[in-house]
Design a protein around this ligand. Structure first.
Ligand code: ADP
Length: 441
């Protein structure tokens, strides 16, 4: 089986280890207190607390080191974090050995906590490194047990818990060591087999995802080329039809005029559709969109002017309220303007005569909340989850308005997400809709 080093998410896992260690520090302190005060077994509490403090100190050091790595963003963070994880696990094994030594050595039932460390190693590290850590754990354990057995190191008994001197009993010590070693290696074997398989699956999913993204790019490039060509041809057709309709090429009878007018109308609609298609494809293909600081207040004024006239034509009451705190934000002005105009235009389009459309722009500290609400036809519940999808139009909208690209909301979503914002809708069919955009400043 291939030995894949865990790359992605390694930093997160290293932070996870740090969080676990804080729990361990608290666990040591509480266990010492419990054993001494409740179980009444005297312990070397000074040494045990000192080890807990040492664990806390090196945990803080690892925490700030990881933060630094994250900030400086070095070229090979995975290698560095891998090394840090190795050092962290080795330090934990040393600390655990010290804790066990000062609290009964081989007689302490917590010796099996070494298993947790080798399981963590198997999750975080490569298989080889996990076996290395398990061997290090075995080395520490066997050294401690033997040094105590041969009285090179003092043995601290757990008086009141285990009174007999098992640490000096060669059969007990050998038996425990054998079980300990086999358990540790079995744990590494099982845990690392599972995590290697999971990593391989994760990797193949990532590869499949990259492939899909690449295919999507190829498709988008194709759509871009084709729609660009179509747009050129359409504009030539429009250029030919206009003078004919204006009778610059000779007088037309009413039948001819009607036919040409219909052709111009349809060409206009098609051009509008192709432009929307070009736009969404361009945004999707561009890895980054250019952003600058601009006044959202002025941008909103522009869009409002455009919508007010349309609302008036349909006898729709349009009101808007702009929080005085809202002004300059960072983003792609043209796209933001277009997105807001699109929501307003939709509200006017899908609200019957005599209805109401309102826009509310509120300051939310780091972001701005833009809400467009209407008393229109609303969106059927079944359509709401798909409404931001490309070319999607709800049945009631089709019935009311035959023409529509189904691209406006898809573009709006793409634009908002490129700004790290959120867009959503709340709607009741027959009552109206509220479209909301949360845009970081
Ligand atoms: P289009 O309006 O061209 O159909 P959009 O992408 O702008 O395309 O909108 C997609 C669909 O979302 C619409 O077809 C309609 O079903 C629904 N929709 C959008 N805005 C509203 C609204 N204000 N009220 C009701 N339905 C809406």
């Amino acid at each position: 089986m291939r030995n894949i080093a865990p790359q992605e998410g390694l930093v997160e896992r290293a932070y996870w280890l740090i969080r676990l260690r804080w729990i361990a520090v608290a666990g040591v302190v509480l266990t010492v207190l419990f054993v001494e005060k409740v179980v009444n077994v005297p312990l070397e509490s000074f040494a045990l607390y000192a080890i807990a403090v040492a664990i806390g100190l090196y945990n803080s050091a690892f925490f700030s080191y990881l933060n630094r790595i994250r900030k400086t963003n070095p070229p090979n963070p995975a290698t560095i974090v891998n090394r840090v994880a190795n050092v962290q696990i080795s330090s934990d094994l040393l600390s655990l050995t010290a804790l066990i030594h000062f609290s009964g050595g081989v007689e302490n039932p917590f010796i099996f906590y070494f298993i947790f460390h080798v399981i963590i190693a198997s999750i975080l590290l490569t298989r080889r490194a996990s076996y290395f850590q398990a061997t290090f754990a075995v080395f520490l354990f066997i050294s401690m047990v033997n040094l105590e057995y041969f009285n090179v190191l003092r043995h601290y008994s757990l008086k009141g818990f285990i009174d007999s001197s098992l640490y000096a009993n060669s059969i007990y010590v050998s038996g425990i060591s054998l079980v300990f070693i086999s358990t540790l290696y079995l744990a590494v074997y099982m845990a690392s087999s599972i995590s290697v398989k999971l990593r391989q699956r994760e990797k193949s999913l990532e590869e499949a995802n990259l492939l899909l993204e690449e295919k999507d790019r190829i498709k988008s490039n194709y759509v871009l080329r084709v729609s660009h060509d179509i747009k050129e041809h359409l504009s030539t057709i429009q250029g030919c039809l206009d003078p004919v309709l204006q009778e610059l090429t000779g007088e037309l009878n009413s039948g001819q005029k009607d036919l040409i007018r219909r052709a111009v109308h349809r060409t206009g609609k098609l051009t509008f559709f192709v432009k929307a298609l070009l736009e969404i494809t361009r945004i999707k293909l561009s890895r980054e969109i250019e952003m600058s600081r601009f006044s959202l207040r002025k941008t909103i004024d522009n869009t409002v002017n455009f919508v007010e006239a349309k609302a008036k034509d349909k006898d729709i009451a349009f009101n808007y309220n702009l929080d005085p705190g809202v002004d300059v934000i960072k983003g792609a002005q043209v796209y933001i303007e277009e997105t807001i105009a699109n929501l307003l235009a939709n509200s006017v389009k899908y609200t019957p005569r005599g209805g109401k459309v309102d826009m509310e722009i509120r300051d939310r500290g780091d972001s701005v909340l833009i809400q467009v609400s209407d008393t229109g036809i609303g969106i059927p519940k079944v359509d709401i989850p798909n409404i931001f999808g490309e070319f999607y139009r709800a049945g009631n909208a089709r019935a009311l308005e035959r023409d529509g690209t189904g691209l406006g909301l898809a573009i709006a979503k793409e634009v908002v997400e490129r700004h790290n914002g959120k867009i959503w809708v709340e709607s009741v069919e027959g009552k109206g809709s509220i479209f909301s955009i949360l845009l970081p400043k």
